[in-house]
Design a protein. Sequence first.
Length: 317
Amino acid sequence: MRYFSQATGIRGPSGFGSRSTAEQVTDSIDASGRTVIITGGSSGIGVETARVMALRGAHVIIGARNLEAADSVKQGILQNTPSAKIDIIELELSSQNSVRAFADKFLAMNLPLNILINNAGVMNCPYNLSEDGIELQFATNHIGHFLLANLLLDKMKSTAEETGIEGRIVILSSAAHLVTYREGIRFDKINDKNTYNSHSAYGQSKLANILHAKELAKHLKEEGANVTVNAVNPGLIKTNLMRHSVFYFTMLRVLLFVLWKNIPQGAATSCYVALHPSLKGVSGEYFADCNIETPTAKGRNEELAKKLWELSETLIK
Ligand SMILES: NC(=O)c1ccc[n+]([C@@H]2O[C@H](COP(=O)([O-])OP(=O)(O)OC[C@H]3O[C@@H](n4cnc5c(N)ncnc54)[C@H](OP(=O)(O)O)[C@@H]3O)[C@@H](O)[C@H]2O)c1
């Protein structure tokens, strides 16, 4: 049923579906006065997310490791939306020092923080360790974002308290969370080179994104914080993400061409979850095509989410 609606664009209960674009799902939403951080805003889905957030009036902070590319994104947005407020801060997610420096620089700007979109990601890279000694896909896609959310959470809570506007964290996951290792998260073998599989490692990191959203949502609810957190599957979109698996994705494009989206459609679910008023209070969910969807059993496993939280805390110390 899900593949049918994905292929046909039939709209779900939210009124939106796979063909909805980021502009359509945020139509007439006023985001002025809100500040949003978008990681990986220098390419693909992040560029369109930044553009539409700025179009809706939000002050956009792009976290990027390629400052030149981020600046050309900024100039492109300014050309069409001269009133756009966009700042760029350097961010290398695979380096915990860089994540901490990013957070320090942002906090020194004394801005509110309403929305955090953990969008950046790498996929199917050959085995590598980050400068902190963590397998690169897990370090970039999950640990860097876990640390970033931790460092910015107090700011998000205080902004929500002072303004009365619900804070929102959006974490980009993927349908690829389905193809993780057998254990889901390999707690004892996160860095194991001998059994490394680039596809499973990507799936593991995307499962971690869902479990992170789930566990963080639980903590925030327990605290009574006015901040929600949800995971998002943007769909299948041709971007630079596929650079390590060009042949594999060319085949997928041929075989599953009806399921592929363009970039404005790919950014829709992130923008919808970040801004749409109908999602007030909705937290700990997994969204695809702008509708709530059920992730795999591993993605719903509370024990796994708790264990991942503990591992992640150890890895950022
Ligand atoms: N495209 C899809 O079909 C698809 C499907 C499911 C999920 N997703 C998810 O959607 C998100 C966005 O992906 P995309 O398709 O837009 O890919 P993309 O075009 O490759 O964009 C990824 C962004 O992340 C940045 N990035 C990568 N590693 C980084 C690091 N270590 N530090 C800081 N920034 C880093 C990239 O910067 P550089 O340009 O410098 O590399 C780029 O700006 C990812 O989380 C991905 O897993 C995508």
